[in-house]
Design a protein around this ligand. Structure first.
Ligand SMILES: [Zn+2]
Length: 126
């Protein structure tokens, strides 16, 4: 992040006054009162990371479809997909480790681990 810019909408306060007169957290800036400013290089890096993640998700989905059999195939594929994005959202360090495992060619291990991970999350009530 190259810097911070005062959020125009809330004027940097992080909260806004609703038409009812009540005050509420400014959602676009998350109550911080500023938004991040990125350099072109940072934006390119974020874009590359997004593409890498999308490609990884597609690779996992394809392999999950090959591994799963019979009538439960769609469910298996869906659980692997949900595991992928849930891990990204809730366990970024494990997600990064998972991407490295994919790079190392451990696709089957990753797909099975994502499936087990999401089943575990679901059983724990998410
Ligand atoms: Zn704001």
């Amino acid at each position: 992040m190259a810097g911070k810019r005062t959020h125009r909408y809330c004027g940097g306060k992080g909260w806004i006054t609703l038409t009812s007169g009540a005050e509420a957290t400014c959602q676009p800036c998350g109550g911080k009162g500023w938004t991040p400013v990125y350099t072109a290089a940072e934006r390119a890096e974020m874009d590359a990371q997004r593409k890498r993640e999308t490609k990884a998700a597609e690779t996992c989905e394809r392999r999950a479809r090959e591994i799963a059999t019979g009538s439960s195939r769609d469910g298996y594929v869906r659980v692997v997909q949900m595991g992928f994005w849930h891990l990204r959202e809730h366990a970024p360090e494990r997600f990064a480790t998972m991407l490295r495992s994919l790079d190392a060619g451990r696709l089957d291990d990753v797909v099975k681990a994502l499936h087990a991970y999401f089943i575990g999350q679901r059983d724990a009530g998410l």
